[in-house]
Design a protein around this ligand. Sequence first.
Ligand code: SF4
Length: 405
Amino acid sequence: MSYKYYLALTSQLPFCSIPLRLDSYNRCQFSCAYCFSKARGGAVGNGPAQSLAPRQLFKRLRRAHSGLARGAVEEFLAHRIPIQFGGMNDPFSPWEKTWAVSLAALEILREFDYPFVISTKSAMPAEPAYLRALQGANAYVRISVTGGDLPTQSGMERGVPNLDERLRAAAELASRDIAVSLRLQPIIWGQEEAAANQIRMFASVGVKHVTAEYLKLPVERASKQYSELRRIDTKLNDRYRSLGAKLVGREYVLPADAKIKQLRSLERVARSCGVSFGYADNDLLHLNRFRSCCNAADRYLRNANFFSFNILGIIKAQMGMSQLRFDISRNEWLPLSNMFSHLNSRSRPDGAIQSSWRESWILYLREKWNSSPERGGPSSYWGIKSTDRRDDAGNLVYTHNYDVG
Ligand code: SF4
């Protein structure tokens, strides 16, 4: 059965530089204890598996490539914004052994030299057929690992290839000049020393970049995953409460003041190994100097553009200035088609739709800019505070204290 939603813009549009995902299957067969895609409908139900129809992907890329893009997604393709391959589900969970749909997608992406970033916990990309598809492709592979000690890490990642297998896969990819990074996600609070060792291990086999993000605790307490998390770490809840974790959307998130000291020290470890470092927690994304936020994909992908017509883009363009203003360059790229249908209903703008989608998008960002941290306003980013003053257009002016923490 063909998976209808295999290619889509993500609800991370307000802050992500590559908000375009590709998923070969509608579900993931791994069972990570912290993964709530099942509980939240990203990997729905127990019905028959659905997978992308490679021919459809080919047709959409060909249309975009020939200047005949239809709709916002294809405009993103025409603009060569990198695809996140495995945005919701791992593209290399066991179904791939039978159906090889991800392999077919890799070959198509390679044919168009289309830039893409794979996120996986599998070692499959280092198998011969996948290596052949990846070599010379415009690809960047992120190997995900839970940042923590071995018992916690293996308890968290049920049914996933073990750490050694992923390490060997990273080594194989690096040895063939395929860009590969380590994605420490999620890091378990209190286990940073083990995470530092994981960085050293992956750096020693040729990984050039690491991204790091702490565990977020889900609100879905009745779910199987939540009981599993509690079984692995019985003190998790108490620890998050005592550290002052805040509810953001449907997750309890550790405060940036608590995380930053630990992350700075992981960054030092990475740098001492010759590896660059990206902050992947949402409230720290503005600290990344790469055009592509935390993942540094701009260093590894060719002929690629990054989406910056969003709140994070406005902030990053002014980093280093004493005041941050709602300032958008006229040349900022945006699709001509409607993007709002790709945001969930809670995230859509309150104001009326304007005469063009561009105007409506600016209005949407303006509402966000003048909103609270909980709604994704600038003060949701660490160290950025409202001055309570407004510019001539009535938009809040912010300051950034670079020395906090
Ligand atoms: S591999 Fe990714 S999508 Fe699959 S269960 Fe683990 S976290 Fe979820």
